[in-house]
Design a protein around this ligand. Sequence first.
Ligand code: MG
Length: 256
Amino acid sequence: MRYILLLSFLTLACTSMKVPANKPINRMVAHRGAFKKNGFPENSIASLREAIRLGCIGSEFDVRMSADDSLVVNHDEHYHDLDIEKTTYSALLPFPLSNGEKLPTLREYLIAGMEDNRHTDLVLEIKPSGLGPERARAIVDRVLACVKEVNPSYNIVYISFDYSMCLRILEKIPMAHVQYLNGDKNPDQLKEAGIRGMDYNYNVYKKHPEWIPRAKALGIVLNVWTVNDLTLMNDFLKQGFDLITTNEPEAGLKLK
Ligand code: MG
C-alpha cells in the first residue's frame, strides 16, 4: 500500500506539474482479478496475471480455508457443491477451474503475483468463517504465516467483512494495511482501530456522504466496490476516491 499511497502522492504531484491533462489516473483494483473481458474464471491465476499485465494498481482475490487447514483462493463458500470449510484440500483438487487451472492455493497465488509485477498490489480478502471466532482467528493467523513465508515483492492490502478478523490482523501485525468491507463503521471508528481504509459498497457512500470528507480528513484510504458503471466510476474518481474496485478495469484504466 505504500506504493498506492506513493502513487497517489505522485499523481497529485504530477497533476501540479502539468503533465498532459489527458493522462489516465490509475485507481483501478481488479475485482477477483481482471477476469471478465477475457472470460477467465474469477480468482484464477490467469485473471491475476491479466490484472498485472494491465497495470492495475491492485488485484483483489478471496481466501478460504479447507477442513485440513489449506488456504485456497475462491469466492463462494462452496466449490463444486462442496463446503470448503468442511472439505479437505485433496477432495477439492479433482475439480479444475473452467480454464483448466487447478484451484489455486494462497501460496501459489501469492507466488504467481510476483511474476513481471511492477505496479500491482494484491488485495487479499479473508472470507468470514462459518465455524466460529476461534476458527476465524486461526484462518487469519495462517494467512499471515503464508504471506510471511512467501515474502512477496509487492504490497498486500488485507480486506474483510469480518471486523474481528481485521482486528486480529492488526493484533498480529500492527503495521498491516487493513481495509474494512462491511459498511457499518464510520471513519473515526476505523481510525481509532488502526484500520487504514474504508472499502464499502457504493450504496453506503450514498447513504453516508459525510463519511467521504471525514475519511479524507483522517487520512483513511477511500475504496469502493463493485463499480462497473463508467458514469458512477467517474463520479467516485471526481470525489477523490483513492481506489475503485471493479469488474471492468480495462474501461476504468482509460478514464481521465
Ligand atoms: Mg472479494
